[in-house]
Design a binder for this molecule. Structure first.
Ligand code: PBG
Length: 329
C-alpha cells in the first residue's frame, strides 16, 4: 500500500518509538581499545597525530586496566614499543618486553578484562616490515613468509604465557594461524583464543599508527603481503583459509572504507567478526571536528554504529573510552 496510508515517518515520531524499532545496538562491551606500551617511557607520551592517544609506560598498565573495566569495554589490545629493534624483531620474543609485562600487570589489576595482544614483528624490526627479510639472487629484499611464521608462533606462546586471553596476528603471512594454533596447543595453551586479522588491506589509513607504534617501513611498502584495496573475492578466500586453519574470530581492517567487505565476510562465516576502525579513521574525525566541520560526539557514534550495522560483532577503536562515556558508562 502506498502513501497516504503508508507513512514511514510514524516510526520516527518520538525518541521512544525510534528506540523500540532500532535495528542495531552499540554498547561499550562491543568496543576494544588499542593501547601502546613502551619499554622505555616513564611518563605517557602523546601521539601528535592522534589527539587523546598516548604511548604509555608499563607503570600505567594497572590503572589503564581498571579504567577499561570501569568503562565496561569489551577488552583492550596491546602493542609494544621495545627498547631496541633489530632485523629479526628479537625484542618481540623477550619475556621482559613491554607487551608481556603490560599483559601481566593488566590481568593482575583486572582479571576479568579481556586482554588481547597484537602479534606482529613490525613493532620490533629495525626495517619496519611485518616479517624477516630474505635477499633474492637479484639483490632485492622480500619478506620471508615461512621464517616469519615461526617467530609469530613463538611470540604468541610468549603472550599466552604472560596471560593474554587472545592473540591477534596482524602480519598477513600465509599459514600463520595454523602455525600459531599448533604452537599454542603444544605448549598447553589450548584455551588461548586466536583472533585473526584475516582480511587486512594495504591501506593509507594506517598513517598515524606508524607514528604511534614507530613502525613505518624503511623501504618499499606492505603491498607484497597486505591485500589490494580493489579486491573483494580475495577477502572471502583469506577468511575461509583462516577459519580452516583454526581461527576463533576473524577481523576486517580497516573498517570504514571496507564496510562492504565486513558485510561479505559476515555472510560467509559463522565465526565472531571484528572490524578495526584504524588510526587514520580516528584522526580524520578529530581533524574534521577541530576544523569545525563536524560534531565529534555524533560522528563517533554514527561511525561505530555503521560498522556494527555492516555486521561486525565488535570493533577495535581508539574512540572506545570517548564512545563508552557517550553511551553512558
Ligand atoms: C601491524 C599493524 C598495523 C596496524 C595494526 N597492526 C599497521 C600496518 O599494517 O602498517 C594499524 C592500526 C591502525 O592504523 O590503527 N602490526
Amino acid at each position: 500500500m502506498p502513501f497516504p496510508e503508508v507513512r514511514p515517518r510514524r516510526l520516527r515520531g518520538s525518541k521512544e518509538i525510534r528506540r523500540l524499532v532500532r535495528e542495531t545496538s552499540l554498547e561499550p562491551s562491543d568496543l576494544v581499545l588499542p593501547m601502546f606500551f613502551s619499554a622505555t617511557l616513564t611518563e605517557p607520551r602523546p601521539i601528535g597525530t592522534m589527539p587523546g592517544v598516548d604511548q604509555q609506560p608499563i607503570s600505567h598498565a594497572k590503572a589503564a586496566a581498571k579504567k577499561a573495566k570501569e568503562l565496561g569495554l569489551g577488552g583492550v589490545i596491546l602493542f609494544g614499543l621495545p627498547a631496541k629493534k633489530d632485523p629479526e624483531g628479537r625484542a618481540g620474543l623477550d619475556k621482559d618486553g613491554p607487551v608481556p609485562r603490560a599483559i601481566a600487570e593488566m590481568k593482575a589489576a583486572a582479571p576479568e578484562l579481556i586482554v588481547m595482544a597484537d602479534v606482529c614483528v613490525d613493532e620490533y624490526t629495525d626495517h619496519g616490515h611485518c616479517g624477516v627479510l630474505r635477499t633474492r639472487p637479484d639483490g632485492t629484499q622480500v619478506v620471508d613468509n615461512d621464517a616469519t611464521i615461526a617467530i609469530l608462533a613463538e611470540m604468541s606462546v610468549l603472550f599466552a604465557s604472560a596471560g593474554a586471553d587472545v592473540v591477534a596476528p596482524s602480519d598477513m603471512m600465509d599459514g600463520r594461524v595454523r602455525a600459531i594454533r599448533t604452537a599454542l596447543d603444544s605448549s598447553s595453551y589450548t584455551d588461548t583464543l586466536l583472533l585473526s586479522y584475516a582480511v587486512k588491506y594495504a591501506s593509507s589509513f594506517y598513517g598515524p599508527f606508524r607514528e604511534a607504534a614507530d613502525c613505518a617501513p624503511k623501504f618499499g611498502d606492505r603491498a607484497g603481503y597486505q591485500m589490494d584495496p580493489a579486491n573483494a573475492r580475495e577477502a572471502l578466500r583469506e577468511a575461509a583459509e583462516d577459519e580452516l586453519e583454526g581461527a576463533d574470530m576473524l577481523m576486517v581492517k580497516p573498517a570504514l572504507p571496507y564496510l562492504d567487505i565486513v558485510r561479505d565476510v559476515r555472510k560467509a562465516t559463522n565465526l565472531p567478526l571484528a572490524a578495526y576502525n584504524v588510526s587514520g579513521e580516528y584522526s580524520m574525525l578529530h581533524a574534521a571536528a577541530a576544523a569545525g566541520m563536524i560534531d565529534l560526539d555524533r560522528a563517533v557514534l554514527e561511525v561505530l554504529t555503521s560498522i556494527r550495522r555492516a555486521g561486525a560483532d565488535f570493533i577495535l577503536t581508539y574512540h572506545a573510552p570517548h564512545a563508552a562515556k557517550l553511551l553512558g558508562a
